[in-house]
Design a protein around this ligand. Structure first.
Ligand code: GLN
Ligand code: ZN
Length: 758
């Protein structure tokens, strides 16, 4: 079919922005610490933008996105752009950048906006607040300014905006909003702001704009779908406007796809990796006179694409749509910059990987392939993928045989009532036992020792003795504070996932594979590339050393299988459930070894259990079934007397409460302080009837709680759940806090527990 308007060609939906060497992170932290002024910060930012655009052009894209840069978060940018700045920040009287950072990070007097996970990724966005009083208006010019900036460098770009419907669906009601108000009620008002913005962009010369509407890959009501249709009807009817690309990612648009296609927008972007794929497009009305931006290169994972298969898909789409453009399935924000920076990776493994720049090259190659036919270039890239399938490290027959032989009995422990009695007899804990979530402050000395050890400047014996000294200090402190169940403090762990990845076969770790988590924070997800097994015990020496120092029970501390997957880049050549089972078996062995070594309590953390929950309800049961099974497999190989704890980092218990019950842990600790124990009645109502440790103070803030306020929360907790099942602990691990905060906070916690006990 013939193109219906100016083609988009090869493109990506977005690109990382933290800098190939985390330049933005450094500039931000220097600016916040007062070491560089705002002018210098903006210079670093402009330089990063300029280098990114140039790179995308050099790598062969036809259409380069702009406005994908952000000093902190793209949702926060959108909020500022449309005037959704709550009065409490505006009142601070700061300049634009100051107000922006106050919303992101808070100030002395004002808490920051709430932060939450971006769909099912490990990226966090700031939740805009919108109420009836919010004066929605075009309040900024960031997309325009960045477009002009690129153009001044001779690069024509496609500004990327968060679409109005998703913006409101991602927002929460402002403090002033009355009950029943939804930010989405303001859609018509917000659309008028976008109308004005489209006019301004047209005046500046913009030819294509990308409006992201990812919220429509989750379940939406018919009303919400009708509303987005109206919104794009209106935006499409604007006479002076650029071409409109409405992009989606992380799944299928479902009913929103034909709805959007019925509007005058020129192009729709679909995720053909996470979604059902081309089949779902076959009978969709309205496709024939639109451009379809086909996301065929996985924007969230780091494997080289199968370019031949991708070309098959693109050719199939070409039969259906007016025009087809090639793209990544989502923004490349979720992958590191460049695999060539990984000098330490095994060359064979490296040849299978594509980070952002390699993915851009794949998209460009596919664009050429679509125009000119399959070439040697696509064949070479496909060969790397074939090599992976046959590589010896990828398939381990022993691991597969063991996973295939799992018996249902391995997923079950004795009856809870028997376990509860056995554990009470074995542990003899007081009512309302006090404990912590695992980590103690990661001090500068600990980090320095670890860095020196990794660099070979500290020999293993010296490293071990320093870590042991740290453990001994942490154990003494906990005894002095009067905690009932102790931990070893996790000093030896750089990160709860990376540490285990470094000790398991089937995982590799990177040296520069940073991915933005939020603001200046980055994580380096390990790469799970092959069958997983545990060559040797991992945590047993540290844990037994800690236990040898005290009469009180020490909790062994492990990371659960689902969290290991959620915070890694995971192989895409077998179902996630199979991979989870392999990781679970490795953790099961570690749990058993801890038990044999004399640890009477083992905690298996699953803070990411909810994060991987599929966006559509129809897919959730299957996920919850295999993820719960993986946890049970990891934890059911111990005697009734051994107490299994788990820790979950969030308080939105509602939609997964049955699954949390299904984990079968003897004790579950959850975040609860920020919501002031609001979740407990729900937990009790759900029939959950095992040990529960609702966090009694928020560890994300440096603020030290006093015993009275903790006592109030504990009493509220005791009213909601039976006292004999109630545990007392902070919201999460203490590794990001300083001892000056941790000591008085834990002291207050213990004091409050004693007061409520008596
Ligand atoms: N045991 C870990 C810690 O205390 C748990 C961290 C988490 O929940 N993210 O740090
Ligand atoms: Zn946590």
């Amino acid at each position: 079919m013939t193109p219906v308007h100016e083609p988009i060609g090869a493109t990506v939906l977005g690109y990382p922005r933290i800098g190939p060497h985390r330049e933005l992170k450094r500039a931000l932290e220097n600016h916040w610490a007062g070491r560089i002024d705002v002018g210098e910060l903006h210079r670093v930012a402009a330089d990063l933008r300029s280098r990114s655009w140039r790179r995308l052009v050099d790598l062969g894209l036809d259409s380069v996105p702009s406005n994908t840069f952000s000093l902190y978060d793209q949702t926060l940018d959108a909020a500022c752009l449309v005037g959704a700045v709550p009065e409490r920040y505006a009142r601070l009287g700061l300049d634009d950048t100051g107000t922006y950072f106050a919303m992101a990070r808070g100030s002395d007097d004002v808490a920051p906006l709430e932060m939450t996970k971006w769909f099912d990724t490990n990226y966090h966005y700031l939740v805009p607040e919108v109420g009836p009083e919010t004066r929605l208006r075009l309040a900024g010019d960031k997309p325009l300014a960045e477009y002009r900036e690129a153009r001044a460098q001779g690069i024509e770009t496609r500004p990327v905006l968060l679409g109005p419907a998703s913006f409101l669906l991602l927002s929460k009601p402002s403090e002033d909003a009355s009950d029943g108000f939804r930010p989405f009620d303001r859609l018509d008002d917000l659309v008028e702001v976008y109308v004005e913005l489209l006019g301004a962009l047209t005046d500046a010369g913009v030819r294509w704009v990308q409006l992201d509407e990812p919220s429509y890959v989750a379940d939406r009501s018919d009303d919400d779908t009708a509303a987005v249709t109206r919104a794009y009807q209106r935006l499409g009817a604007v006479t002076r406007r650029p071409n409109l690309l409405v992009a989606s990612y992380f799944g299928d648009l479902g009913a929103a796809l034909p709805a959007l296609l019925s509007t005058p927008v020129e192009a729709v972007g679909v995720d053909l990796v996470a979604g059902t794929g081309v089949d779902a497009l076959a009978d969709v009305p309205g496709l024939a006179d639109k451009s379809l931006v086909a996301g065929v290169v996985d924007g969230r994972n780091i494997w080289r694409a199968d370019l031949d298969a991708a070309l098959d898909r693109l050719e199939a789409v070409r039969e259906l749509a007016g025009d087809v453009a090639v793209s990544t399935s989502c923004s490349l924000l979720h992958v590191p910059y460049d695999v060539d920076a990984e000098t330490g990776l095994d060359p064979r493994l490296k040849s299978w990987l594509a980070f952002a720049d390699q993915k851009v090259a794949e998209v460009a190659a596919l664009g050429r392939g679509l125009r000119e036919g399959r070439s040697a270039a696509t064949a070479a890239l496909t060969a790397a993928r074939a090599d992976r399938a046959g590589a010896p490290d990828v398939v381990d027959d022993r691991v597969r045989a063991r996973a295939a032989a799992i018996e249902p009995a391995q997923l079950h422990r004795g009856h809870y009532a028997d376990r509860e009695a056995a554990q009470q007899a074995a542990l003899g804990l007081p009512p309302l036992p006090t404990t912590t979530i695992g980590s103690f402050p990661q001090t500068a000395e600990i980090r320095a020792a670890r860095a020196a050890y990794t660099a070979g400047r500290l020999d293993p014996a010296e490293y071990t003795s320093r870590m042991r000294a740290e453990i001994a200090g942490v154990v003494r402190l906990q005894e002095r504070l009067g905690l009932d169940v102790l931990v070893h403090g996790e000093a030896e762990r750089n990160d709860m996932v990376q540490y285990f990845a470094e000790h398991l076969d089937g995982f590799a770790t990177t040296i520069n594979g940073w991915v933005q988590s939020y603001g200046s924070r980055c994580v380096r997800p390990p790469i799970l590339y092959g069958d997983v097994s545990r060559p040797a015990p991992i945590t047993v020496d540290w844990a037994t050393y800690a236990q040898s120092l005290t009469e009180r029970p020490v909790k062994g501390m492990l990371t659960g299988p689902v969290t290991m997957l959620a915070w890694s880049f995971v192989r895409d050549d077998q179902p996630l459930a199979d991979t989870a089972r392999q990781v679970a078996l490795a953790i099961r062995d570690e749990t058993a070894d801890l038990e044999s070594a004399g640890l009477r309590i083992v905690q298996v953390d699953e803070p990411a259990l909810r994060e991987l929950l599929p966006l559509r309800a129809a897919d959730q049961d299957d996920y919850l079934r295999w993820s719960v099974e993986a946890f049970r497999l990891a934890t059911s190989g111990v005697a009734d007397t051994t107490q299994i704890h788990t820790h979950l980092c969030y308080s939105e218990f509602g939609d997964v409460v049955a699954a949390i019950d299904g984990l079968g842990a003897d004790v579950t600790s959850i975040e609860a302080a920020r919501s002031r124990m609001e979740i407990l009645p729900d937990v009790a109502a759900s029939g959950f009837a095992r040990g529960i440790g609702p966090g009694v103070y928020d560890i994300h803030s440096p603020r030290v709680p006093d015993a009275d306020e903790i006592e109030v929360l504990l009493k509220a907790a005791r009213d909601a759940v039976p006292a004999r099942r109630l545990w007392v602990n902070p919201d999460c691990g203490l590794k990001t806090r300083a001892y000056e905060q941790v000591e008085p906070a834990l002291e207050a916690m213990v004091r409050a527990a004693h007061a409520v006990r008596s």
